[in-house]
Design a protein around this ligand. Sequence first.
Ligand code: CA
Ligand code: CA
Length: 581
Amino acid sequence: MKFNRWLRSINRTSRQTPEDRTAASRWQAPVALLLSGAVASGAWAQSVAELENDAATPEDILTYGMGYAQQRFSPLEQINVDTVSQLVPVWSYSLDDDRGQESFPLIRNGVMYTTTHESTVALDALTGKQIWKSMLEYPAETPRVACCGIVNRGLAMLEGKLFRTTLDAHVMALDAQTGEQLWKSKAIDFRDGYSMTVAPLIADGVLITGISGGEYGIRGFIDGWDPDTGEQLWRRYTVPEPGQPGSETWKDGGDAWKNGGGPAWLTGTYDPELKTVYWGVGNAASWNAGIRPGDNLYTGSILALDPKTGDIKWHYQTSPNDPFDHDGTNEPVLADMQIDGIERKVLMQASRNGFFYVLDRTNGDLLAANQYVKHLNWAEGIDLETGRPIDTDVVIKARAGEKVNFTPSAFGGKNWSPMSFHPGNQTVFANTLNMGMDYKAVEPQYRAGVFYFGAEFGFTYPDDERGFLKAINPMTGESLWEVGTEIPRLAGVLSTGGNLVFTGKQTGEFEAFDAATGEKLWEFQTGSGIVGQPVAWELDGRQYITILNGGGAVYALFAGDERLANVPAGGAVWTFALFGS
Ligand code: CA
Ligand code: CA
């Protein structure tokens, strides 16, 4: 009921009908052309203001996660609980690639842009016809350092340029009209175990990227680049060197920090008012926590950064001295929430470690931290005073080198697959995992560019399903509803003003659920597994939903799930709309 009231209020307060919005966007394009004076790129100019306003303009998608807050919520409601049964494919475009497809599509002025590990494409958003395709090359030995899938997660855009990362740890800019490469900058030598799959973030005019390689004994970092030239503006190491703030939390007295991990492989969020970027930092390396006593900042942490300098404004560590690869990289979703009658600017993270965190993003204060997974045995809970986990015997023994079984597994309570926050009913929709792991720390041997686990491990499975799509109350971690599946869903989640939740299965079904009840209302078999990120958009008064399919990546590679053996490979972009709309 409450939700429907919210929907009606949205309708009442909306100043523009879809038709108005379309007319306005038609009108704005030539004006932007005139005002910019840059005729060649004018039709493509995305100002900083346009990017900051992305979530409020549901017709297009200019930023990873559908707005800097990464709420992955669209207020569009033409496709809704009553009409979704009429949802049909409009077009499909083959990505000509058999890897797992995790890329986020951007859509502007009727053009869709997306990526694979080796290509960037521009498509006519209404027909799926290819406008251009730009291939990139990387050394054949590069996949050796990509632990968990040969993937790319998408683009950033600004002022007629597209930005992406490459598996061999480069950042590059392309001309949005032609796909031509404008610049390409090397972040670091991939041969030492570094790789890049992250979609970049433009914040306050700075292009920001993070590095992968937590399982290779890297020393992680987040970089700021000049989007015009590719010049590196700053580098924020996620593991401090001796003498720097945080170095006192590496108590081994030796060189553990040099291979201390702290990857930053998922795109952060940005609050333009606070001029602050929020970025998750992953696991410490090796997984053997006994060789690196101390909290090991800033691994397993959320960092609040100044986008101009990379300076750390505050940090919050979710997993101190983590032995379990409870990578803290998961997306820090931003929202404004009423908590105890006070409007708070919050940051939410469904951590790999199984706790759902709500922080005050102005200062990093912990507001709530509750279990959101079925099984969690490494901590009793989170102490709200200190913000620290209350360790159980499981983690204490693991650090001491004893064999344990821990939950949630190294896949996490939620893996990278991004969640959606519905601002109307203040609910999060997330694909969660339900697995455990047998684990024993062993002495690691560091060799550049080679796995540096420092542990022997194997997945274990509970009696119930391995994955649950959940509607989660962020303040309690409790499920309002959940939908289990034998093979866990690893796709992103989208929620909409049509009271729908979209996601997909690794067996190929693209699905829509009733946001209020979890009832499945629609599905379509796309022909290969789905591990991509659904989006909603609108053109000429018609609402569309787009998803990439193409099975593969981390679960398919590591879980040994024979039930995926017969799912065909082959990535494609699929776009859907209501029949006859
Ligand atoms: Ca938009
Ligand atoms: Ca990891």
